[in-house]
Ligand binder design. Structure first.
Ligand code: CA
Length: 366
């Protein structure tokens, strides 16, 4: 089997979509007619990653054996290092890796989780990841949480989604919101708080103490992602689990977080390494006794690829992330993953387990 063609495209979900809110996909065709689908991080529509795929990566893949995906990824990462080893390049290579695993699964008529060594569980609990709460009132936050509870999530994460340039913007308001959500869901329902890099060290200590008192399970990305030493120090100071890593793009970057003292890491399969990269992170975490709880907000290709990796891990301490409801879940897919009674069931079919609706791809692709 050889790679015959590499397609990279955005999907515009609705006519109102801005270019920056489109999704970024890659489809790889093999010479035997099989195809694999992959996804890159959609930041700014994934434009930079798609451009690299079309101009720099695809020409190097034509004629290659899809089963050489790890060799191809490492070769291209090093060859293209100066395009920026953190961000768009690793997102592009992640998309390629996921597509090649999908292709590998199809060519061997085997689900990806089997190729990863088998699943400890194929029914996967999820947590509802709720964005945009920095802009909401306390009451609005509670109403959205109520809506998401209808899906029976195993936990809820409140994301603040600030602009990263105004640390400690509204700590009192944040405290009101986390208290109100705790009151709403009861004492024991698992909750998490995602600061999205919104605090100073001192501000994070202050909020962290409140989250501890309220029995929140983890405190995500309290500081700027590049303040690795401080993230480690904060993780060691607070009793609540402090997590980081969704903006870390290499296995070595995850190792830096672990060495600094962070004990729960959240690499993202569509940003770093794809399935191959996340499995490497899993080995690193297992060796260091660190929780691996991948970040993942893309509801179909990214979500499925992530669940195959999570299913293959012996120690899954937290549910998988599942983002806010979105048209992204449906438009071009025949069988997008949907939760049933609070669980996603991994498809027992070759590859990652999703089929495209060709007419919709043609209609919506950019
Ligand atoms: Ca986050």
């Amino acid at each position: 089997m050889r790679i015959d063609k590499v397609e990279s495209f955005q999907i515009q979900w609705s006519p109102e979509d801005m270019p920056g809110t489109r999704s970024a996909y890659v489809r790889i065709h093999a010479d035997d007619g099989l195809t694999g689908i992959g996804e890159a991080s959609p930041m700014e529509g994934g434009r930079a990653s798609l451009d690299m795929i079309a101009n720099d990566i695809a020409p190097a893949l034509i004629g290659a054996d899809p089963l050489d995906h790890a060799v191809l990824q490492d070769k291209l990462l090093h060859r293209l290092m100066k395009l920026g080893p953190d961000g768009a390049l690793t997102g592009a290579l992640a998309a390629i890796d996921i597509a090649l695993w999908d292709l590998k699964g199809k060519s061997l008529a085997t689900p990806v989780y089997k190729l990863l060594g088998g699943a400890w569980r194929t029914a996967i609990p999820f947590y509802a990841s709720i964005g945009g709460n920095g802009r909401r009132t306390v009451d609005e936050v509670c109403r959205v949480v109520e809506q998401r509870l209808r899906d029976n999530p195993a936990a809820i994460k409140i994301r603040m989604d600030g602009d990263r340039t105004t640390p400690d913007r509204d700590i009192s308001g944040d405290i009101e919101k986390v208290r109100a959500v705790r009151r709403l869901v009861g004492d024991s329902f698992p909750l998490a708080f995602d600061a999205n890099n919104g605090f100073s060290y001192g501000g994070a200590v202050r909020l962290g103490r409140v989250l501890e008192e309220l029995n929140y399970q983890w405190f995500e990305e309290p500081l700027q992602h590049y303040h690795v030493r401080e993230l480690g120090a904060l993780a060691q100071k607070l009793d609540i689990t402090v997590s980081a890593g969704e903006q870390t793009y290499t296995t070595a970057g995850i190792a830096d977080l672990i060495n600094a003292g962070v004990r729960m890491v959240q690499p993202d399969i569509v940003k770093m390494g794809g399935i191959t990269g996340l499995m490497r992170c899993a080995a690193l975490c297992e060796a260091h006794g660190v929780e691996l709880v991948p970040h993942q907000t893309q509801p179909v290709v990214g979500h499925l690829a992530n669940m195959h990796v999570c299913a293959a891990q012996a120690q899954a301490t937290k549910p998988c992330e599942f983002n806010d409801p979105s048209a992204r879940r449906h438009a071009i897919f025949a069988n997008p993953p949907r939760p049933v009674d609070g669980l996603f069931h991994l498809p027992n079919v070759p590859g990652i387990g999703v089929d495209l609706l060709e007419a919709e791809v043609t209609r919506l692709r950019v």
